[in-house]
Design a protein around this ligand. Structure first.
Ligand code: SF4
Length: 316
């Protein structure tokens, strides 16, 4: 039985494949162990970094125990890389973050997300030979869905923060525009970092990275944010460039009202369609079915994938 939707699952539904979420959540075809088998090195490194940061901010978090529990044996090498990233991050960004003031975090939340959507359908009126559009409210639709998740942390000012590690494996990653500070660490400055200062920090979070804005918006909803109110949130992004430069960029950006309404509507739509089994017909493509080099874990249950690959015997 489908009972709640987390920000990460919603993102998968909204951006990747509705049918995959349907198979994973509604039919519960995978056990927890099977999911864990799918942990990639990049995922392991991101999780290990997350644990280290949270351990540095909250002494009650037992870092070694958490690493043992959350990082699979075959991915242990990722812990070493995460340590290097964390060392650099601690030199500049973490210090500045502490100066901003830490609020609280890492608490599971489940809430009923309610939203009264005002349905307006502006009728066209003709007056004195001219066409005029007047806005008139025709009704209110009450949405109710269940959102579940764990915001990473909030600043004292109430802004939700999330950490993202990128580029550790593969072709590398440069920080995106829109940051309020960014420290670089390479062989010339690995002891202290080089502060690049601000870069387009007036961009909205959705202009910088839509996925970040979606997750942060929903984390804020978990903490009681009202749809459409002024909203600012933060990302701490650690990325490794192709020449092994480590970049620690901090973002503190607004999420626009229009974007909030769009995501709120899409979330309720996703919840309703998952609850009533009305998700779209799947269409297997390499882009959709293969993420970070890993095949969708529910391919064996997906008619579209099985059809296109002759029961999984051919390549997609
Ligand atoms: S195999 Fe592809 S199309 Fe099928 S559920 Fe997975 S991601 Fe979707």
């Amino acid at each position: 039985m489908f009972n709640h939707l987390s920000p990460t699952t919603f993102l998968k539904f909204y951006k990747q494949c509705e049918h995959r979420v349907y198979l994973e959540k509604v039919r519960e075809v995978l056990s927890k162990e099977e999911y864990e088998k799918n942990q990639t090195m990049a995922m392991a490194c991101g999780s290990a970094f997350d644990i280290m940061v949270k351990g540095a901010l909250n002494r009650r978090i037992k870092v070694n125990e958490e690493l043992k529990e959350k990082i699979q044996e075959r991915n242990k090498a990722a812990i070493q890389l995460a340590k290097v990233l964390f060392e650099c991050y601690s030199l500049g960004s973490l210090k500045t973050l502490k100066e901003e003031g830490i609020g609280f975090g890492s608490i599971d939340q489940e809430i009923v997300l309610e939203w009264d959507e005002i349905l307006s359908n502006p009728p066209i009126q003709i007056s004195e030979g001219k066409m005029e559009i007047t806005s008139s409210t025709l009704g209110i639709k009450n949405h109710k869905s269940i959102l579940y998740g764990m915001p990473d942390l909030t600043l004292k000012t109430g802004e939700v923060l999330d950490w993202k590690c990128q580029g550790m494996f593969g072709r590398g990653k440069k920080p995106l525009r829109g940051y309020c500070r960014c420290y670089l660490y390479n062989k010339d400055n690995h002891m202290h970092g080089k502060d690049l200062g601000e870069n387009d920090s007036d961009l909205t979070m959705e202009e910088i990275q839509e996925d970040w804005a979606i997750q942060l918006y929903l984390y804020n909803r978990l903490l009681g944010h009202k749809v459409g109110e002024k909203l600012r949130a933060g990302i701490e992004n650690v990325c490794v460039d192709s020449d092994n430069t480590i970049c620690c960029a901090s973002y503190r950006n607004f999420i626009s009202r229009d974007f909030q309404i769009r995501i709120e509507r899409a979330f309720h739509d996703a919840f309703e369609r998952l609850s009533t089994n009305k998700t779209e017909q799947p269409c297997a493509t390499p882009y959709r079915c293969i993420t970070y080099g890993k095949l969708c874990p529910v391919w064996a249950f997906c008619d579209s994938y099985l059809g296109i690959t002759k029961g999984g015997k051919e390549k997609l």
